[in-house]
Ligand binder design. Structure first.
Ligand code: FRU
Length: 533
């Protein structure tokens, strides 16, 4: 009897120990699944498996796959001899890494450029009745640069007959040699122009863009130029894009010209401005509403650069899909990640709207993002004065999440309000709206690791509010190392990266200098889109 009691007691203790252990293990397990395997590695943003990445290149859709090529240096984590890295996705979120697509050769490094489907086989590169993919890129001759020459950049082409898996460079490259003495002559983006029935290339040339036309990618003729007296000129123009867009709610079509510039962005360093106008197949004419010296920006944050749009999105889809490099040349080579450097922004769908100030681009993350949602927290209407902890969020705050908040600032109040992410070491990141200044803002000054560059976190980053609606709507996509805010249906966008020493595991809403009414709030956890280890 004594023995039996003893055995029972022992079994009970063993069971309790096992349970405690299991509970403990489960807790740890939960932590593991929300903590990226590598420090600062995003969960829902594209990153290269290892090494250096900058601009997105050659974005094109074919046979159910979105292709993403990118400026890539496979032998280091700072910029070096440029290759085109490559990945494909069927949903713009889960990416399959593929072998390097283009390697440097005797003509130079492979700089930024585009890719298109040559549906009519104008290039003659097609095989077995299948249209080829054609890539158009800049060669940068480093040997010439080192020898002190300025004519280092020319345009080359390559083609693929196997869905981008392997590429053949054209034997007679370059197809556009450097005109001589033109240091900045790069980043060709090509589309099939219906009006002029030819391929049209937009090319960045120092302080302007040039338009070139070709029947077959091999022979190009210079058509016109635009921009010397337009927009921002604090730095060199790079990575342009030109495409038509239907104006929302009308049958009108306008042409949008994206131009990245470095430095010279509104909050310092690299950024992307845009112009809306007409393109007749040869010449770009800005709309009369465009003001020469008042540039408008696709994103006011510091970490969205060199972004362009996907080619050949099927008409039945009809979206204009954009993606940028989520970094800034001010500090890109110094950011504190170890095995790789930098991520892309989330892919975004853009539309064009006519406002009192002129035509404006609105951006939203692609709708496919909904498929990553897991778990929803709804916030009730309440007044906020000080801070309001989002306690139920703690289990997901260190991962990726989507936060949708609607606020109404109290009449006459100078309130500053928004979302704060923070951790146990007192590091915090704030993103929100300043009602008195009528500006959205992002503050990473106390966000964690900031000392790696004196240019990283010196000031609060601001973005103008364009909407005059009473309700301020913020949709904020938070990942391990970034926040992207799409405010007022996407009319103001602000993207910033950050590097906390330990992941932010808590979140709260805040209101300073007065009271703000939270009208509604929805928060979704987002599943990781990177494959498990
Ligand atoms: C923009 C850019 C491009 C160039 C590429 C080189 O970030 O400077 O103009 O083609 O990067 O990697």
């Amino acid at each position: 009897m004594k023995n039996a009691t003893f055995i029972l007691l022992f079994a009970l203790l063993a069971l309790m120990a096992a349970c405690t252990k299991r509970v403990h293990y489960q807790d740890e397990h939960v932590d593991d699944s929300i903590t990226p395997r590598e420090k600062h590695r995003p969960l829902i943003h594209f990153t290269p498996p290892a090494h250096w990445m900058n601009d997105p290149n050659g974005m094109v859709y074919l046979d159910g796959e979105y292709h993403l090529f990118y400026q890539y240096y496979p032998d280091g984590t700072v910029w070096g001899p440029m290759h085109w890295g490559h990945a494909v996705s069927t949903d713009l979120l889960h990416w399959q890494h593929l072998p390097i697509a283009l390697y440097p050769d005797s003509l130079g490094y492979i700089f930024s450029g585009s890719a298109v489907v040559d549906w009519k086989n104008t290039s003659g590169f097609g095989k077995n009745g299948k249209p080829p993919l054609v890539a158009i890129f800049t060669y940068h001759d480093m040997a010439a640069e080192k020898a002190g020459k300025t004519e280092t950049q020319s345009q080359g082409i390559a083609y693929s007959n196997d869905q981008g898996r392997t590429w053949t460079k054209y034997a007679d490259n370059p197809v556009i040699p450097n005109p001589g003495n033109m240091r900045d002559f790069r980043d060709p983006k090509v589309h099939w122009n219906v009006a002029s029935q030819q391929w049209v290339m937009v090319l960045a040339v120092a302080d302007h863009v040039e338009f070139w036309g070709s029947p077959n990618f091999k022979h190009w003729q210079r058509l016109s130029e635009f921009g010397k007296e337009w927009g921002a000129h604090g730095g060199v123009w790079e990575c342009p894009d030109l495409f038509p867009m239907k104006v929302e709610g009308s049958d009108e079509t306008r042409w949008v010209l994206l131009v990245s510039i470095n430095p010279g962005a509104p909050n310092g360093g690299s950024g992307t401005q845009y112009f809306v106008g007409d393109f007749d197949g040869k010449t770009f004419t800005p709309d009369p509403s465009v003001q020469k010296n008042k540039p408008v920006w696709i994103d006011y944050g510091r970490d969205d650069y060199a972004g362009v749009t996907w080619s050949d999105i099927p008409a039945r889809d009809g979206r204009r899909l954009f993606l940028g490099w989520m970094s800034n040349w001010d500090y890109a080579t110094l950011v504190p990640t170890v095995s790789w450097r930098s991520a892309m922004t989330l892919p975004r769908s853009m539309n064009l709207q006519r406002s009192a100030q002129g035509y404006r681009l609105f951006s939203q993350p692609v709708k496919e993002l909904h498929t990553l949602r897991q778990g929803k927290y709804t916030l009730q209407t309440r007044d906020i004065n000080g801070t309001y902890e989002l306690k139920s969020l703690q289990s997901i705050a260190a991962g990726a999440m989507e936060v949708v908040l609607e606020f109404e600032p109290a009449e006459g109040s100078a309130t500053i309000f928004g979302l704060e992410l923070y951790n146990n070491s007192g590091e915090r990141y704030r993103i929100g709206y300043d009602a008195a200044a009528k500006q959205f803002f992002s503050d990473r000054r106390q966000s964690g690791k900031i000392a790696f560059s004196p240019k990283f976190a010196t000031q609060i980053h601001t973005a103008p509010r364009f909407s005059s609606e009473k309700t301020v709507r913020m949709r904020i996509l938070v990942d391990v190392a970034s926040a992207e805010m799409f405010a007022d249906e996407g009319s103001t966008v602000l993207t910033d990266v950050f590097f906390p020493n330990s992941d932010y595991n808590k979140a709260r809403l805040f209101a300073e200098n007065g009271t703000v009414r939270l009208i509604s709030g929805e928060i979704f956890g987002l599943k990781s889109a990177i494959p498990p280890p």
